[in-house]
Design a protein around this ligand. Structure first.
Ligand SMILES: [Zn+2]
Length: 243
């Protein structure tokens, strides 16, 4: 028996890495269940696979989800949340400020604090990073923001190797006066070799781009109603917003 299906409304969101707004539909019960699994998963692999699944289901625009920047995926999730469940929500934190009881004992305040979130208004910080890094008048690179695919490549690497690999994988294009090379057409080994031959100051600039990648970050000031301590809560990443 063919049961009727609900028609989905479509929405648009402007993401950092794309010139035009991206179209999506709200998630349904199925995607909300997948998202729960993503938040509760203990390893990055399961989280990323679940997130990818939700995005692939809900995107109306054609986008290469595998290579989507983390910041863009986060922004899309905040919008999905707003359009699917509601534009506002809360996270709760326990006040861990130390207080003195009337008997003179020190203990944790323990008051539960509600931090309100407006999902469509979470700011993207570090959003004006310069993607083009020049090495000389006629040579340089165009960088791209890290994706979850890149993050997964780094899991088992030692720090130094992870940094070089991160920088190599965040190269989008390499240009000289004669030619433009797409990083997609190069192997990881070729890109790492390219990075290892750079002067340190250029490498540092590329590293800074990768480490200060834009992200959705919400800072909320909240005074504890019991002990009056002034808290500053910072929320960032899928777990903070959806956990
Ligand atoms: Zn308190």
């Amino acid at each position: 028996m063919k049961l009727p299906e609900m028609k989905h409304p479509q929405y648009e969101v402007q993401l950092l890495s794309y010139p035009n707004p991206i179209k999506y539909r709200p998630f349904t019960v199925r995607e909300e269940m997948i998202l729960r699994m993503a938040v509760e998963a203990k390893d990055l692999d399961s989280t990323v696979n679940a997130l990818k699944q939700v995005v692939e289901n809900c995107l109306v625009s054609e986008i290469d989800v595998d290579n989507m920047a983390i910041v863009d995926m986060e922004t899309l999730f905040l919008h999905l949340r707003a359009r699917s469940i509601g534009e506002t929500g809360s996270q709760f934190f326990k006040c861990k400020n130390e207080v003195t009881t009337t008997e003179g004992q020190k203990k944790e305040c323990g008051m539960l604090l509600e931090v309100p979130i407006k999902y469509l208004e979470v700011p993207v910080i570090n959003n004006n990073a310069e993607r083009n890094i020049k090495f000389s008048d006629d040579m340089g690179v165009t960088m791209k923001f890290p994706s979850y695919k890149v993050a997964k490549e780094l899991i088992n690497l030692e720090q130094e190797e992870a940094e070089v690999t991160l920088v190599a994988l965040c190269i989008d294009k390499i240009f000289s006066s004669e030619e433009v090379f797409n990083a997609d057409d190069c192997t990881l080994e070729e890109l790492v070799e390219f990075v290892l031959k750079l002067h340190t100051d250029k490498y540092e600039k590329m590293k800074e781009f990768c480490f200060n990648a834009p992200k959705n970050q919400l800072t909320v000031q909240k005074k504890c109603a019991r002990c009056e301590y002034e808290h500053s809560f910072t929320l960032e990443g899928i777990q903070d917003f959806f956990g």
